[in-house]
Design a protein around this ligand. Structure first.
Ligand code: SF4
Ligand code: SF4
Length: 358
């Protein structure tokens, strides 16, 4: 890691203004009661160090994305085939996300292996990911719904961040965690030993506020024991009204739908977010739905994040513990409660199996 830098609080706007000359800059601002990411405007006060309503996920995986334009020939050839011309719409800008939370930045790394892997590379996602730079700010005030340390993260977590900023007296200590981050921070003054020490104290102090987390490491091994226990899934999903807010605000959810917007012989293909909590999510053309009730859909959400995904991707949970789903749920469903109840039931099941196996 290169030498840390120092960014005085009163120099933040000018620094961002300079960066905005060469790329799009997005940063958190207040809108009503929410903190949201918007394009940087030097006149608008930034709200830093608070968790934004939505994570920066949409920078690499937009809520709605035009994939390509198409046009078919007006007439068919002698075989009745009409040619189609496709024009992909790739992202054409670099984006600097300033002021993410570490849990939001970490969420991007859970999307990576889904969209970029040995068998398939999503060119749209890849282009956006390569063209984005993420600066997160150490989270000094974890909220009641936060549980990043249950799932492998922490308030200083650099995973997914190109730069991590720690608030200290007079400004931020800026540490680069990638080449992209290093380049961006290169113009700032080098931090001195006193500033580095102050940042370390801030980081240690926030870690010291965290309660010991429950051990969730065996979730991928045991949780599917209770796959068929529909009484359990009905209990844990009891309050859910399947609005999908939890998945829309989640930094790690990545389900999407594909639709065409056609006008005559031309049109566009669009990718937009979907949610496994919606009743139509897996409904087949025949009308049959393999996940017919909210209990089935809730089961999918919990098992996907704590069992299926970690089994596929190095036992990493598809949950960063950001707590957004808890804060945004209109009926106070708490994923921590669901996970602990499911794990407890599944572990009992496991012990019963061991006894009967003998
Ligand atoms: S936000 Fe709450 S009510 Fe809405 S789908 Fe998620 S768990 Fe259910
Ligand atoms: S499941 Fe909830 S707590 Fe976990 S990453 Fe998604 S929104 Fe955050």
């Amino acid at each position: 890691m290169s030498q840390a830098r120092f960014l005085p609080y009163d120099a933040v706007t000018d620094w961002l203004r300079k960066i905005a000359e060469t790329m799009r800059v997005t940063a958190p601002v207040r809108e009503g009661n929410s903190v949201v990411f918007r394009d940087f405007d030097p006149e608008e006060p930034l709200v830093l160090g608070h968790q934004s309503a939505a994570s920066p996920k949409s920078v690499v995986f937009p809520q709605l994305e035009y994939l390509f334009r198409y046009k078919t020939d007006r007439t068919a050839d002698e075989n009745g085939v009409r040619q189609i011309t496709l024009e992909p719409i790739y992202p054409d800008e670099d984006v600097f996300v300033f002021g993410a939370n570490p849990c939001g930045a970490r969420g991007l790394t859970t999307l990576d292996p889904v969209f970029i892997n040995d068998e398939y590379v999503d060119p749209y996602y890849k282009a956006r990911r390569e063209r984005s730079i993420i600066a997160s700010i150490v989270c000094t005030l974890p909220g009641d719904a936060c549980f990043c340390h249950w799932v492998g993260g922490n308030p200083n977590d650099p995973v997914g961040s190109d730069l991590v900023l720690t608030p200290i007296e007079g400004g931020y200590l800026v540490r680069a965690h990638s080449e992209k981050g290093e380049k961006l921070a290169a113009g700032l003054d080098k931090a001195d030993a006193r500033e580095e020490q102050a940042a370390q104290q801030v980081e240690d102090a926030v870690l010291a506020t965290l309660d010991p987390p429950p051990d969730l490491t065996d979730c991928p091994d045991v949780m599917e024991n209770v796959f068929d226990d529909m009484e359990l899934w009905e209990q844990v999903s009891d309050k859910c009204i399947y609005c999908g807010a939890c998945t829309y605000y989640c930094p790690t959810c990545y389900c999407f739908n594909i639709t065409d917007e056609a006008s005559g012989i031309a049109g566009e293909r669009i990718r937009s977010w979907d949610s496994c909590m919606f009743p139509t999510y897996t409904r087949e053309a025949s009308g049959h739905n393999p996940r017919p009730t909210k209990a089935h859909r809730f089961r999918n959400r919990i098992l996907h994040k704590f069992s299926y995904y970690p089994k596929l991707y190095n036992r990493v949970f598809s949950c960063t513990g950001c707590g957004r789903c808890i804060r945004m749920c209109p009926t106070t469903v708490d994923i921590r409660d669901a996970v602990l109840r499911v794990k407890e039931a599944a572990t009992k099941d496991e012990s019963a199996k061991e006894v009967s196996d003998g």
